[in-house]
Design a protein around this ligand. Structure first.
Ligand SMILES: Cc1cc2nc3c(=O)[nH]c(=O)nc-3n(C[C@H](O)[C@H](O)[C@H](O)COP(=O)(O)O)c2cc1C
Length: 355
């Protein structure tokens, strides 16, 4: 399938045309007042670059690595359960795009087809994301399947003890999602983290949903291998900080001991470079991934990643660096945002939030 869109703005227009109202609301929506969702964008827009000049930027390397696995750009595909509801083969399409581009696909527990079928789709490195849906034995059994199928990394999501009230969902969808078995998620403690760690052997364990320096320090203390800063795209607790606001305190607490992944509102190359400057190893994309899939399945996602790569390379050149490890906090400063934030505010030519 050939997909051609020259800008992410066109991609979003195409996605809106292709996606049903229910799928669109499910992807775009967030919890209650959607303050957390908007703060993710507001926080990114409240940072400006401090570019340096007269440096040779003719040869730029946009790549990095996560636990020894190369990333062509510092971007991973955040877990998105239920994407199978948008299109046949959607989860496999994401995996194809990750392999073809050179990213890492984070696969949710609630994604279909099974983790075995997704493992068989490609040998490209993937990360399995656990939602706890059963007792200790259930966790051990799931971890055994993850290990048997050679997933090189594991993420445990810890921000979902309750299901956020997402009012853009139609009432029947919301009711269905609320009743999905949550009792085990509510019981997660640092003992659960240890249980998962023991069950996956020497594979790195990442904790997703970290939002404070205190919990980041506990990650280090409890032998976690990676910190994933996330407020679930504003879909869980309403009225939290924008994720990039928490990055400096978390980077300080982690003190270079663990890689940091961050997501929440990242839709532009400039957003990605701001996070790397403040200490992130890489950035996750959620909704952007869904819009790209909606616009054109695997080919759409591949094209979206290529556009992001172009934006990242341009941003690096214009701030005056040729490799990501040359970035530091001195490349950004606080400023006043110029757009009222929402999920599409990084695309002003759309003319506003698309319903
Ligand atoms: C449609 C959708 C489904 C999601 N499903 C999951 C999931 O199954 N597990 C999980 O840990 N996070 C899930 N998330 C949260 C994403 O992994 C990620 O944290 C968030 O989307 C990042 O914000 P962004 O959408 O603004 O990029 C989901 C997000 C969306 C939009």
């Amino acid at each position: 399938m050939t997909v051609f869109f020259e800008t992410a703005t066109d991609m979003i227009r195409m996605a809106r045309r292709n996606m049903t109202q229910d799928a669109w609301d499910y992807v775009c929506g967030a919890a209650e007042t959607e303050t957390s969702l908007r703060r993710n964008r507001m926080a990114l827009d409240s940072l400006a670059f401090r570019p340096r000049v007269c440096r040779d930027v003719s040869d730029i390397d946009t790549s990095t690595s996560l636990f020894g696995h190369k990333l062509r750009i510092p971007v991973i595909l955040a877990p998105m359960g239920s994407i199978q509801n948008f299109a046949d083969r959607a989860a496999l399409e994401v995996d194809d795009a990750a392999r073809d581009f050179g990213s890492i696909n984070f696969i949710s527990t609630v994604t279909e087809p099974s983790l075995e079928e997704l493992a068989a789709n490609s040998s490209h490195p993937k990360c399995f994301q656990i939602y706890v849906r059963g007792d200790d034995q259930w966790i051990r059994d799931l971890c055994k399947r993850i290990v048997d199928n050679n997933y090189p990394m594991v993420t445990l999501t810890v921000d979902s003890a309750f299901y956020g009230n997402r009012e853009r969902l139609n009432p029947s969808q919301l009711a269905l999602r609320r009743v999905a078995s949550r009792e085990w998620q509510k019981k997660i403690t640092w003992d659960t983290v240890k249980l998962v760690k023991d069950a996956i052997g020497d594979r790195p364990l990442i904790l997703k949903g970290i939002q404070t320096a205190e919990d980041a320090a506990l990650c280090v203390e409890n032998g976690v291998d990676g910190v994933y800063i996330s407020n679930h795209g504003g879909r869980q607790l309403d009225h939290v900080q924008g994720n990039i606001e928490t990055l400096p305190e978390i980077a300080k607490a982690v003190d270079g001991k663990l890689p940091i992944i961050i997501d929440g509102g990242f839709t532009r190359g400039t957003d990605v470079i701001k996070a790397i400057a403040l200490g992130a190893t890489c950035v996750g994309i959620g909704r952007l991934q869904a819009w790209a899939l909606g616009a054109g399945n695997a080919a759409g996602l591949l094209r979206c990643l290529e556009l992001l790569e172009r934006e990242i390379e341009t941003t690096m050149g214009l701030v005056g660096v040729t490799a990501l490890d040359q970035l530091g906090p001195e490349y950004v400063t606080g400023t006043a945002p110029v757009h009222w934030p929402h999920e599409h505010s990084a695309f002003p030519h759309l003319g506003g939030r698309i319903e």
